[in-house]
Every structure is written in C-alpha cells, then in structure tokens.
Design a protein around this ligand. Structure first.
Ligand code: AMP
Length: 468
C-alpha cells in the first residue's frame, strides 16, 4: 500500500517519495487515515516504528489550508526531552518543505526572549517540553484558543520523568474541541488515566511486544568483570565500529566523563552527552556527531529516545539499563528504517546486573546470545573460592658495574674534592651570596645542599640577649 491510499495529498506524497519512503509503516497505515478524519488516537508504538511521520504527515495536511496568528499556535506537540523535540522539528521541516508552515521549538535551556520573539511572529506548530510551555503560558505569552491539534509523544517517558502533572495542567488549559493523539511504548495505569481523561473515543493502535526490537538489530550479551568494561568497549569499537557512528550508553553521568577521557586517551573520536551540559553544548555535540560519520557518542538516556542518526552501526550498553524498556529505546538507535546494526550489552556477574538483565530479556521476550571477548587481563568472572595468585618477590641482585668510557668518567666524576659551591650552581650557593664565609664542612643533615640561610654566619650581636 502506498501513501496516497492513506488520504494524503499528491504534494505531500511527492515529498515522502523523495525521502525514499515507499511503503507506510504499520503505525502510519493505521494512524494517518484516522488522524486525517479528525479522530483521537492512542498508539502503543515506540521510536523506530515511523510514528513521528505517523502524526506529522496528517498534521501538515490538516494545517496546510490556513495561516498562523501571533502567539496562537495551531498545533502543540509535547516531547519529554529537548533532543526529541529538536528531532521532531527537523522531521517537520523535512516533511513540510513544500508548505509555508512554520514550526518552533519551546524547550528549557534556550533563550526565553528569542522564543518569545518567534511566538510573536506566529507559529503553526509548537514543539515543546511541558515545563517551558507551562512557563510561557503562565506569563501570558501564548494563547491556546486556536490550538486544535495536540500530540503527547512518548507519554511513558513523560511519566518516568515526572511530567504527568505538568501534562495534566496543560491539557486542562486547551480548548475542548481539539484532536488529541497520544503515543506511548507502554500503557501504565497513569497513562490509561490520561487517555480516559483527555481523549475522546480514540482509535487504538497496538504494536505487539514481539515487534519491540527490530529484526535488523543483531543483539549480544557480553559477560565482563567490573574492571573489564572499558577494555570491552575498546574491543567492540575497534572490531565493529571503526567506520560508523556509534553510541555508548551509561547509566551515570559521572561515568560518561570518565569513559570519554579514557577512550580519547586510546585515540578514539568520542564526545559525551548528558543532561547536565548546557543546551548549546548538547546541540553542538549532537550536530557534530550527526555530521561526523565515524565518531562515537557516550551518552545518558537523553539520547536513548528518538535520536535518528543515519547508518548508526553500533550501540554499546556500558551498563544494563535500569528500566528494561530503555533497552529497547537505546538499541533502537541502530537498525533503523531497514538498515542493519549491532547492539552489545556489558553485563557483570553482580546480583544487580543479573536482575536488570533478566528484566530486559523478559520485556523483549527474547534470549540474547552471548558474545565473548578475548580479554587481555583477567578472565571475566573468577570462579567462587579461587585464590589470588601468589606474587613472588623479585630477588635482590648485586648492582652491576657499568662500563663507562674514560672520557665520560672524567666529565662526570670530580678529580679532586670540590666545595658545594662548585658542585651546585644554585641560587643558594653560599659563595655567591656570602663570599666572605667559608664553611669547613657540610652542615649535618643537609649534605652538600644546605640552603644559604642555614649557612649564613651569625653575627655576635644576635647573641647579646642570651648573654644578658
Ligand atoms: P520514528 O519512529 O518516527 O523515529 O522513525 C524512525 C525512522 O524511520 C526515521 O529515520 C524515519 O525517517 C524513518 N521512516 C519513517 N517512516 C518511514 C517509511 N514509511 N519508510 C521508510 N522509513 C521511514
């Protein structure tokens, strides 16, 4: 089935064809016709399924017949992270390139004044994170009277990040006669509640768990000792990631900086990305990463969702993700849109890692094959009860007499006893500073290198008090 069968205009279909999309993905097939008819949609679909085009294409079609007014966006797309918001904006600009529609980003970490200025000029689509949108609404900088199309994207991630109260407040401010589309990888009770409260008889689209990880991703489990993780990463990058962009996911921000420094020391082209960096740095890092075909990004889960990098070859989970679902998002950065990719997860033998990994396999309903790395140092796991190998102390040998040529010997060894001043051309040399003073011997405890103030002759008048 082609895109034209879904009810999209030939103009939009031409753009889609120019991007190389020939067949709509299942979520697009199901969502686009209903969205075009103005129906609410609840879609259980994760990133990598083509869901972004699933809501953007009908949105472009719906908005194409009228113009935006100042401070009155006609559509709002809520995203949990700034990175995702930026990516949706990029997708929008690509899909809507033949239309005079304007989209803007409203995310934390960017200049408020600049964002207010753009709003004043009038935007059709506002792609926002909930906090910043609420902030501007409360300052009266945005009016929602014209907002008739609302997308809550990655609702489960919003829940994880504690944004659901903000989403509730926002939804309560929106006009009643609107169309709402909600996308979520899972349907926790809080999400169901959101659906029941704000969506009207939604069309339900469910992508089954078997489709959770794309078949185009080769997944591997790598058993490592706690101190073998960096060696494993180097091995995997050198073996499989030399010519592709790659991502390494860590659970802790502190780990990211350490790993970046370590990999740089080993000559890898890497950069770090996490939520504590300024937005400008995050944007620049992502831009550089997307433009550099053989670099590696060491990232936290801010990069796990939605990040779309062409031909990303390798995903390495430096740590097993805390949320099993994040595993799907992390590895979903590769093997996108029919391309192939590899994903490796480093798992230590700790109880914590074992539990987390079990949760991952349960969630994806797959058993992931083991990949072995020929480690240089210790074996991955020490069998319980194994004794530490005894370290033999080296035997002390008598010093070896070195053969030195007569010429060198002469230049190194003094012919006759020398005074400290001759041996040490030093600022503390007493002869220079106290030429009148000649000390017969070295000062006890200082060898030949006694500082000058110790060697200074004390004048008799300094003893006058003692004499009294
Ligand atoms: P998403 O799930 O929205 O993040 O999309 C995943 C990737 O699939 C993106 O790189 C899209 O450009 C690509 N994509 C979306 N729809 C299609 C399609 N119908 N055919 C081929 N690629 C697509």
């Amino acid at each position: 089935m082609g895109f034209s069968k879904l009810g999209l205009s030939s103009k939009l279909c031409e753009t889609i064809a120019s991007l190389g999309y020939h067949t709509p993905t299942p979520v697009q097939q199901q969502a686009i016709p209903y969205a075009l008819r103005g129906q609410d949609i609840l879609a259980c679909a994760q990133t990598g399924t083509g869901k972004t085009a699933g809501f953007l294409l009908p949105l472009i079609e719906i908005l194409s017949d009228s113009r935006a007014k100042a401070r009155m966006p006609r559509a709002i797309i809520l995203e949990p992270t700034r990175e995702l918001a930026l990516q949706v904006l990029e997708n929008f600009n690509t899909y809507a390139k033949s239309y005079s529609l304007k989209a803007a980003l409203l995310v934390g970490g960017e200049s408020l004044t600049q964002q207010e200025k753009i709003l004043q000029q009038g935007v059709d689509v506002l792609i926002a994170t909930p906090g910043r949108l609420l902030d501007l609404l409360e300052r009266g900088k945005i009016m929602l009277l014209e907002t008739k199309y609302v997308v809550i994207d990655e609702a489960d991630r919003m829940l994880d990040m504690g944004f659901i109260p903000d989403v509730n407040r926002l939804m309560a401010m929106l006009p009643r006669n609107r169309q709402t589309l909600l996308f979520s990888a899972t349907l926790a009770d809080e999400i169901k509640k959101l659906v029941d409260t704000y969506l009207v008889q939604p069309k339900k689209i469910i992508i089954t768990p078997e489709e959770r990880t794309a078949a185009t991703i080769e997944q591997h489990y790598v058993a490592v000792g706690p101190r073998q993780k960096r060696e494993a990463v180097r091995h995997l990058l050198s073996s499989f990631g030399k010519d592709t962009p790659n991502i390494i996911f860590c659970n802790r921000k502190s780990e990211i900086s350490i790993l970046v420094s370590s990999l740089k020391r080993h000559g890898f082209d890497v950069e770090g990305l996490h939520g504590d960096l300024t937005q400008t740095t995050r944007n620049k890092t992502l831009k550089d990463f997307k433009e550099n075909p053989a670099s590696t990004l060491v990232a936290s889960d801010v990069a796990a969702r939605g990040l779309d990098v062409d031909k990303l070859g390798l995903v390495i989970n430096f740590d097993v993700p805390i949320n099993a679902e994040d595993y799907v998002h992390r590895i979903g950065r590769t093997g996108r849109a029919g391309q192939t990719g590899k994903a490796f997860t480093l798992v230590t033998e700790t109880e914590k890692d074992k539990k987390l990994w079990m949760a991952v396999e349960k969630f994806i309903q797959q058993q992931i094959p083991v990949f072995s790395i020929p480690f240089e140092k210790e074996k991955p796991f020490k069998a319980p009860g194994t004794k530490k190998p005894e370290i033999k102390k080296p035997e002390l040998k008598a010093p070896v007499e070195r053969k030195v040529s007569a010429e060198i010997k002469e230049s190194v060894e003094p012919k006759s006893p020398v005074s400290p001043s001759q041996k040490m051309p030093h600022k503390y040399v007493r002869k220079e500073r106290f030429p009148s003073y000649e000390h017969p011997e070295n000062v006890v405890g200082f060898g030949e290198f006694a500082p000058a103030f110790i060697l200074k002759k004390v004048s008799q008048k300094h003893f006058s008090l003692e004499k009294d």
